[in-house]
Design a protein. Structure first.
Length: 60
C-alpha cells in the first residue's frame, strides 16, 4: 500500500494494489474507488482531503 498527498490539488490517493484500473465509482462526496477487472478495490482517491480527512480526524 502507498499513500500520496498532493497539497496543491488537496487530493489524497491510497494505492492498495498495483495494476490496471477497470472501473471507477464515486462512493461518497469527493471519495472515489478504483476497481480492477475482478471488482477488487485497487485505489482510493479523496478530493478536498484537508477538509474531508485531516480536519475531521482531528476534531472528533
Amino acid at each position: 500500500m502507498k499513500v500520496r498527498y498532493d497539497p496543491k490539488a488537496d487530493i489524497l490517493y491510497i494505492l492498495i494494489r498495483e495494476g490496471p484500473v477497470a472501473d471507477t465509482d464515486e462512493v461518497d462526496d469527493d471519495v472515489w474507488f478504483e476497481y480492477d477487472e475482478n471488482g477488487n478495490v485497487v485505489g482510493i482517491e479523496i478530493w478536498n482531503a484537508g477538509e474531508n480527512v485531516i480536519r475531521k480526524s482531528f476534531w472528533r
